[in-house]
Write a protein that binds this ligand. Structure first.
Ligand code: HEC
Length: 322
């Protein structure tokens, strides 16, 4: 009897030691922000903090035409969504915007097996592509889509850009065939990148919330067409934006619950849009009203989140001293 009790106590102790060990290992494996996985590990901590809390100004020349504006909105949203891509990229959380931050370049991008020097990527790597992988390690500098001399004609009226982006999604990053509206949107967005550029800006919850809201507005417009396939990708883009907000607010009481609720609602809409697009549109309107309230709360709590450089700095120093 006693022996059995001793054994039980031993087993419980062993299990808790293992659990703590596994939790510690897991937290070491997964950094607090996903994008830290592709930041140059040799970058000084102050620069890492800067990279995580600022981003280049987005330089967009938005035309007055409403149809063009709608296309650009679709492109802008999916450009930031890993689920546009497939395979390893989607699993790792890499999107067009991971390499081309705000449509620009990314001098710190370092992805094991894909990058050589920081800021380069081998876009014919077999890690990202089962189709274009050429077995040769030949990383190229990631171009700034605004200021670098373009190799591909960026005029969306010509077929070149559309064809190039299609190849990137389907062949380079193993994504599924994108719906026409999504491809047109990407070409319109990349084509509209340009004009005078300001300096780097602080990243904010309001900025990410606006990305989520714009993706929902685009999804709503696509449901009215109805183009369910494209709408589905836009809903996924909104969910990715919510995921990025969620990472930044991990451990801020109340906010995580709100974001989880909004994400759950979008998951339901992704099911509903197939059977009842009209009801899905109504659900998105209610969602937007709730999310507008959430955005106020996000703003209030921003100083306690990983949008604050001070909080990022302390979090990083804790991770590194372990
Ligand atoms: C892993 C990093 C990475 C990702 C992700 C990525 N790109 Fe690129 N992109 C590059 C690199 C590197 C080049 C330069 C390739 C070369 O020079 O052959 C490039 C080139 C381009 C160009 C041509 C530049 C020019 O003007 O000639 C465009 C346009 C472009 N990317 C858009 C996109 C879009 C849209 C996506 C998402 C579907 C995307 N990229 C995803 C790294 C990336």
């Amino acid at each position: 009897m006693d022996q059995r009790r001793t054994f039980t106590a031993f087993a419980v102790a062993l299990i808790s030691v293992l659990t703590v060990g596994i939790a510690a290992a897991a937290s070491q494996l997964s950094p607090p922000l996903r994008e830290m996985r592709w930041i140059d590990p040799g970058l000084p901590p102050a620069e890492v903090v800067r990279a995580l809390t600022t981003e280049p100004a987005e330089c967009l020349l938005v035309p007055g035409d409403a149809t063009e504006q709608a296309k650009i909105a679709i492109g802008r949203a999916v450009f930031r969504s890993p689920l546009l891509l497939g395979g390893q990229a989607a699993r790792a959380g890499v999107s067009c915007a991971s390499c081309h931050r705000a449509g620009r370049g990314n001098p710190h991008f370092t992805f094991p097996g894909v990058s050589g020097a920081p800021g380069t990527a081998d876009v014919t790597s077999s890690l990202f592509s089962s189709k274009r992988g050429d077995g040769v390690f030949n990383p190229k500098p990631i171009p700034d889509l605004v200021t670098d001399l373009a190799k591909v004609d960026h005029n969306p009226a010509k077929p070149d850009l559309r064809r190039f982006i299609h190849g990137q999604i389907v062949e380079e990053f193993d994504g599924l065939e994108p719906p026409a509206a999504v491809l047109d949107g990407l070409a319109a967005y990349v084509g509209a990148l340009g004009g005078p550029c300001g300096s780097d800006m602080a990243r904010t919850a309001a900025g990410e919330a606006a990305t989520a809201r714009a993706a929902i507005a685009a999804a709503r417009a696509l449901l009215q067409v109805p183009d369910q396939q494209a709408a589905h990708l836009l809903l996924a883009a909104a969910r990715s934006a919510l995921g990025r907000l969620d990472e930044r607010y991990a451990g801020v009481p109340g906010i995580d619950r709100r974001l989880a609720a909004r994400d759950g609602e979008l998951r339901q809409v992704q099911v509903l849009e197939i059977t009842d697009p009209v009801a899905a549109i109504g659900a998105l309107d209610r969602w937007t009203r709730r999310f507008n309230k959430d955005t106020g709360e996000l703003r209030i709590a921003q100083d306690r989140s990983l949008y604050s450089a001070t909080i990022v700095e302390t979090t990083l120093s804790k991770t590194q001293s372990r």
